[in-house]
Design a protein around this ligand. Sequence first.
Ligand code: SF4
Length: 103
Amino acid sequence: MVRLRHGEAEAVAALLGMDARSFADRFTRLLPDRSGLSLQENDDGTCVFLEPQGCRIQAAKPGQCRDFPLRWNEPGWETRCAWARGRDNEQNRREAGSQAIDA
Ligand code: SF4
């Protein structure tokens, strides 16, 4: 489950050329505790934005995805994004290092 933080739905909607309401209706669902939104998933559990060539919303992907792999530590995380699972570990380390510098 990819949770959306404040402002992320609007950012992804803008990337897709949609208004935030249309984006939310089409690509998100309410969290079970009704505290916010998460991205919808395909029937096989993969993210709706996962495409063969990678993440469709790479330029505005949610912080939960940008945090990969250092802040993904719950059991089963590797099953949620096949793209992330298959990424080169060196790329992951470079991005994680860049985020640490930017933080
Ligand atoms: S990085 Fe993966 S889980 Fe995150 S939005 Fe992109 S396809 Fe979905």
